[in-house]
Ligand binder design. Sequence first.
Ligand SMILES: [Ca+2]
Ligand SMILES: [Ca+2]
Length: 351
Amino acid sequence: MAMHTHLAASATHMLSIQVRSDMPTEDNMQDFSALLRRMLSCASCTLLLAVSLPIGIAYAAPMTFFGEDVNMTDPCPNDTDTPLRPATLPMSRAAHDQFVSNLSGVQTETFERYPPESSPTNLLFGSVTATLSGSLVTKSVPTGTLDGTYPTSGNQFLLQFGAAGTFQVTFSLPQTAFGFFATDVGDGGAQLIVQFEDTFGTVRSYNVPHSTSVPFACPNISGSALFYGVIDSSFPFVKVIFTNTFSSFDGFGFDDMSIGSTGPCSPLPGPASDLFLEAPNAGSELHFTWTNAPDADDYVVFADQSPTGTFEQVVGTSSTGGVGLTIPMPSGNWYYLVAGSNAACGVGPKR
Ligand SMILES: [Ca+2]
Ligand SMILES: [Ca+2]
């Protein structure tokens, strides 16, 4: 059956960046004008502005980033929740890239490090930690889909299904940007809602503007994918609450949750060098060492199965290249890079 990865019918389901003006802050108008100029310079994306500024009152300008790749390959008219997995996710990736282009020191949790079928409770975004509550389950789906869900990096992702109507990611430090990929959202008629909560308990809520279809009706959008991100520099939040209207029926996959810095950062970690691999313990382990980088207080080793890949998969971390990192010997062919990181700017160049 042919694969159709395409735009949804309405404009709000296209790649969009929105500037919202409905929430008051202490930002001044000059900042807002500068933000608008930056947004308007984005020529490659559909820009949706909903701006209504009463004279003399300054408003926040949260930016939202949304792209959706609607999947219509679930067999019709006898819906079996067995869509083909899209080869690429152009709209979701484009929204992600726009989100990232507004940030520095982006850190991503890929869910590759957790055992399949486990429920991780501690997530890692570089040097920022987070707790995950809600009993989501790590799934390994290397090919195809699991009832329409699949990873957007590596083999693994988080599955939300059944009783887990709400889950939360609580950060060790306040954040001003958060984005994520999700799969199979809305094919069972649910609406995904993301809420950001600050240290005072104030919540800002966003309905993700994804497509929906009627459960087991035709056509069905099982196996669709989306990226959704929010940058809100006026509202540092410590908790992201994922909720929805119908997760007891409409399961979701989540992958590649990212944070990043919206302010200027300094110093950038310099490049690490001389990455060296050994195979100790009769080849049962892989040991990495490297020469430390300037302005780095931690290091992240990345892996990819292609030498020209993006090296998004985190193998592990170490505070110094002299001690380095040891992992069980992986199967298959893998390529590795190392990068320094620090709390101010996140991960530096990969070498
Ligand atoms: Ca993943
Ligand atoms: Ca679903």
